[in-house]
Design a protein around this ligand. Sequence first.
Ligand SMILES: [Zn+2]
Length: 458
Amino acid sequence: MKKALLYLRVSTAMQEEKDSLNKQKQESLDFIKSKGFTLYKIIEEVETGKNTEREGLKTLEFEIKSKKFDVLIFYSLSRLGRVQFDIHRIINLADHSRITYYSVTENFINSESEMGRMMLGIVASLAEQESTTISKRVSSRMRAYATQGYFLQKPPLGFDVKDKILVENEDGNKIRDIFSSYLNGEGKGSIAKRYNKCIKSIDCILKNPAYAGFVRFGGRRRDKVTNKQVKCEETVYKGLHKAIIEIEQYEAVQRLLSQRYISPIRSVNNDKYLLGGIVRCECGLKFYGQKAYDRKKQARQKSYYRCLGTSIKKCHAPFIPVAELEEAVIATLKKYSKDNFSFLSTKKSNKKIDNKSKIEKLLQKKSRTVEAYTDCNISRDDYLKLISKINSEISVLESVSSPQIAKIEIDDLKKKFISLLNNFDKVERIEQKKILQIIIKEVIVLNRESFEIKLNII
Ligand SMILES: [Zn+2]
């Protein structure tokens, strides 16, 4: 008598599926009996058919390879697997071991005839397609909820969920405070400390459109091949809930979030904005470089330097085209150079640099670096490198006995500036940027036509 192996699978452990497993089993056993086979073994598993690494499948392969039975019985092809490749692999293995097979419910699928084999190919491809439509169906139902403004995930801080709609709770005022603190210039790091949270979660709060009355859909999905979360397009819909934050305030925060990354440390590494990190507005805030959007050409076009305060409507300083400001500053420096930096000769006396102020500067630099790190502006590696460099500089200064401190003569400095500027037009843009950052301490923009340059003379 032929020995039969029965393979059964349901995708979840829910009660209805368990019932389905019992039904599958009973029907299959009846089938085996009707064919006159004896039962060799049953492999049962609860696992999605898309999982190609499932244990039951591995056991099945092993059993087929060791040829301990004659007939493979499965309830339907889709139970055997949802991935065509898997199904074909199992069937090929079975053929190789001279094991015949039968589908209990699809009596046209079997290894008895050429027709049965052909049908297997067709149904296997259908099984795979059905599997992708099921996940699409679930996803489109979720989207339908989102488009109507319902909230389907775990509610964020400040909200509860009632009947799939967000409702503000007692933490709502924390959210108001976090948004307004950030808008008033407080760093994420400091806000995080105050609320005993990590910077990342403050960042998530500031970026969450739910607070402005929206719900989002997408953003992340599970990759079919790697089974890992990957980023995907996110759509935002008007929510049914009441906002905690005014839309204008929310948008101002988004603009600020995209601008605050500017730090002098980072700006050295790109050559887009030669004056990055050293231009500031008369109002005290930094200028940063930004590409403006050209409506006609539908693209980001001309680059400008603009005051950080303009984005939060705290300042009305004009936007200055990047080339315009850079050319003007460079021309001024060249003029100084031609003039032998004569205006500096009035302070002819050699200035002593005392260690104390140097150390103080390094300590300031250290705290700025820590701030840049806690605000996520620099990587941990960069942070550690910078800190150890600063620490060693400090220890060198502390070890030097104070009277014999390096003297920098103004004339030496002038010579250095002039030689740097003589080479200016011959070097790459990134080098030009370094030269400007060595010579200039600060460019203060007074208006579109005038600015003040402070040189790096200690
Ligand atoms: Zn300003």
